[in-house]
Design a protein. Structure first.
Length: 137
C-alpha cells in the first residue's frame, strides 16, 4: 500500500514555495488520524505545513458547513484570504457556505483515475495540475 502514497505532481514545489512565504499553511483532511500518520511516515507531508487537522478531530466531515466553524475556532484563519485546495466539490461547496472565497479543485487528483468534471464549474477554480497555481512559476 505504501507504494500508492505519493505527492501529486508539483505538490512538493507548491508546499515548499508556500513555506517560504509569510502565510499559514495547514492540511485539513477527512482521513482518520491513523491514515494521516501512515501517509506521513511515507512522504513526511506534515513537515511541509504548520498544522494538520483531521475532520475526525471535530467529529464532523468537511462536507458539513459546521466543520469550518469548528475548524476556525481551533485554527484562526480569514475566509476572505484563505485558499482551499480540495478534490471534492461537496467539500468546496461547504467551505463556500462558510465564506471561504478562494476555492481550487484539482481535476486529476489521482493518477490512476480519469480527469474529473466539475458539476459547478462557475463556483470553483478547476486546475489540471498544481503547477498552475505555483506562486513562483
Amino acid at each position: 500500500m505504501n507504494h500508492m502514497i505519493d505527492f501529486l505532481p508539483y505538490a512538493q514545489d507548491l508546499l515548499n514555495q508556500l513555506s517560504a512565504l509569510p502565510v499559514k499553511t495547514a492540511i485539513v483532511t477527512n482521513a482518520h488520524r491513523r491514515t494521516l500518520a501512515i501517509k506521513d511516515q511515507v512522504i513526511q507531508i506534515t513537515n511541509y505545513v504548520g498544522e494538520d487537522f483531521c475532520s475526525h478531530d471535530f467529529q464532523l466531515p468537511k462536507e458539513d458547513p459546521a466543520f469550518w466553524s469548528a475548524l476556525s475556532d481551533a485554527y484562526s484563519f480569514n475566509p476572505a484570504t484563505t485558499v482551499l485546495i480540495d478534490d471534492n466539490e461537496r467539500v468546496l461547496a461547504s467551505a463556500a457556505m462558510f465564506g471561504i472565497q478562494q476555492l481550487v479543485m484539482p481535476l486529476k487528483p489521482d493518477s490512476m483515475r480519469p480527469l474529473q468534471k466539475m458539476r459547478q464549474p462557475d463556483d470553483f477554480i478547476g486546475i489540471h495540475c498544481l503547477s498552475e497555481i505555483l506562486p513562483n512559476k
